[in-house]
Design a protein around this ligand. Structure first.
Ligand SMILES: [Zn+2]
Length: 285
């Protein structure tokens, strides 16, 4: 989760954490960012912080895992059906706001791109933002503050955040190789064909990092759209749950490498598992 880690280390996130630590958590935030992706990911990081059983976030506990995988029952993300936040979304929030959280301390409503919402939908929400139960938190994100209703702005704490989109990764030859591999790896026969190259000791770690990078991008493509068409296409082949599991498998492979496990063995195992996880989750779709 390289990007999330970057967010967790950022100045604006540290600021937010200080508020949490001092019990000065606001019940509604407006996250302002230069691009949609940064705002959405920042909200996800805030949700992790608030829901984590160890308050870190740890990425390991039940709450962290379910937030990352996108199925934590106490984290509701809007707009739910269309790309624009509509009156129906406001109604859904109003209906849900009084139900107690099921497994976390908080119930969190994330509204992505509130700057694209209809005026009616925003208006409908005003009273709820004001009168919601104590453990309810609203996280709005926007790129264009001028397009958010003043009455919404005045009910939120504004957080201006850094830009997290420009990841310093380069399309190295390892990246190209691994990306092609993920695109073309359809059967275990394929895997055996490629895993020797993947496992070469001099590039193995670079291949693993490229793989990690690709799956993180796929995860973000699921949250919002990626700017890279190729990433969006590949993301269609995996469910969020599969991507989350595969990210964990890659981390495990890195640990095995650190523990001097034979790279051929790690590569074979990892690639076969990726294939398996992908198919199993696609079957459940
Ligand atoms: Zn946790």
């Amino acid at each position: 989760m390289e990007i999330l880690k970057k967010i967790l280390e950022s100045k604006s996130f540290k600021n937010f954490e200080t508020f949490v630590k001092n019990n000065k958590l606001f019940h509604a935030y407006l996250i302002l960012s230069e691009n949609e992706f940064s705002g959405k990911m920042f909200c996800k990081a805030m949700a992790l912080k608030l829901m984590c059983e160890t308050n870190t976030p740890c990425f390991e506990c039940k709450n962290c895992k379910s937030v990352l995988a996108g199925f934590n029952p106490d984290l509701l993300i809007y707009p739910q059906e269309k790309s624009t936040f509509l009156v129906g979304d406001s109604n859904s929030i109003i209906e849900n706001v009084d139900t107690k959280p099921m497994q976390s301390r908080y119930k969190i409503f994330v509204v992505n791109n509130i700057d694209n919402a209809t005026v009616q939908a925003e208006n409908k929400l005003l009273k709820t933002i004001e009168d919601s139960p104590k453990n309810v938190i609203f996280l709005f994100n926007a790129v264009n503050k001028n397009k958010v209703l003043q009455t919404i702005i005045s009910r939120t704490q504004i957080l201006e955040i850094e830009n997290f989109e420009n990841l310093d990764f380069k399309k190295t030859s390892e990246y190209e190789f691994v990306f092609d591999l993920m695109k073309n790896m359809k059967s275990s026969k394929n895997v055996i064909k490629f895993s020797g190259k993947f496992a070469q000791k001099s590039v193995f770690l670079k291949n693993l990092l490229a793989l990690q990078n690709i799956f993180e991008q796929l995860l973000f493509a699921k949250v919002g759209k990626s700017n890279e068409m190729e990433i969006n296409l590949l993301a269609n082949e995996f469910t969020v749950e599969a991507i989350t599991e595969i990210c964990a498998l890659i981390t495990l492979a890195q640990k095995q490498f650190d523990a001097n496990v034979n790279t051929n063995l790690i590569a074979d195992n990892l690639l076969i598992k990726i294939l398996e996880v992908k198919y199993l989750w696609n079957l459940k779709k």
